[in-house]
Design a protein around this ligand. Sequence first.
Ligand code: NAI
Length: 402
Amino acid sequence: MRILLTENIHSIAQEKLLEEGFQVDLLPHAPTEDEYIQLLKKYDILGIRSKSEITAKILDANSHLLAIGAFCIGTNQIELDRANQQGIPVFNAPHSNTRSVAELVIAEMIALSRQLGDRNSLAHKGEWMKSAEGSKEVRGKTLGIIGYGHIGSQVSVMAEAMGMRVLFYDVIKKLPLGNAQSKTQLDELLKESDFVSLHVPETPETKNMIAAAQLAIMKPGSFLINASRGSVIVIEDLVKFLNMKHLAGCAVDVFPEEPASNKQKFSSPLQGLKNVILTPHIGGSTEEAQYAIGLEVAESFRKFLRYGTTSGAVNFPNVELVAKSNVTRIMNVHRNEPGVLGELNGFISAARANILGQYLSTDRHIGYLVTDLELSATVGASDQLVKQFQSSSRSIKTRIIF
Ligand code: NAI
């Protein structure tokens, strides 16, 4: 297996893949479309970060690729549907930076409560602002978490360890950790919380979920933290409630419009307001998160190449598999059309091979069929079987593991 890792992916990924005996080549930059078209001809697997654009043209010219790994969270830099139709699963690492975001939120609660941002910049300018007015401990205060998923629940545990009372609101029923209390109505959480922290995904339902009506319900003197997605808050309304001093401050890491690179200017109506902490979408940006991402995607490659596992692939039917001894495993991706399974299984019966296990997962366009055959029965016949699978007009890709 030949693997190309571009864009300075953390070295732990290379280390883990080399341990498996795969060949790994590295590129520090994000190649252009034309470069990728040529380069990928000699690779089976590609690993990228967020700067590469993996277009339909690249995928069509390299349909032999077995998998792509996005060593980051987002995958919209990859033409996912085309990859699906070419039988190429795309893996990412959506939760490797959970802890990093949670720690930032904890830091921000204390920073807001003690006006650290403003006092720090005043001290840098030579102003001595020693006063206890408006400065509070977080101990004993109430934190309201909106979205009790991976990040929200981590924040919950750490906040309780600091002596806070935790409330949460989620659209799905979630098991409360520690002493956290679930609220069935968002308004109840907003009314009772000294800090409100958002940890929801970007969906049509979460767009603008915090606007003037919700800010008005929040406790006077409370704080708002958003390290989820910029679309969740109506920024103009937030500015209004900060200027009215209804909110005592906010910390925002994500914005409706963010610069595409560090070279571009950033502007926001929140700039220059008192006790407002603005950070450039760094919630998940830590060295530990980069390490964890390298490890997680390399492990997805390993499980896919060794066992055929596609769990966690964002554009592909998911199948979780384990190693089995004394089997020949055939993995086939096919167009999801009536009669295809009968045709493929017909080849197996004609070869008089015994099926020890069969796993199928489908989406609208493709099916992923993994068949374990008794090894003794397939000795000498496996190449022929793979050829027959490939000869089906509905087959996209077939691979075999012994
Ligand atoms: P998750 O999927 O584990 O949790 C999200 C939770 O929100 C789920 O429990 C879900 O049921 C709940 N939810 C969905 N719609 C809701 C609604 N309308 N009202 C209430 N709850 C709702 O996601 P995770 O990993 O905890 O990430 C949360 C957010 O953090 C995402 O928006 C993600 O993009 C963002 N994020 C930001 C980073 C940063 O650098 N600032 C880094 C990583 C993630």
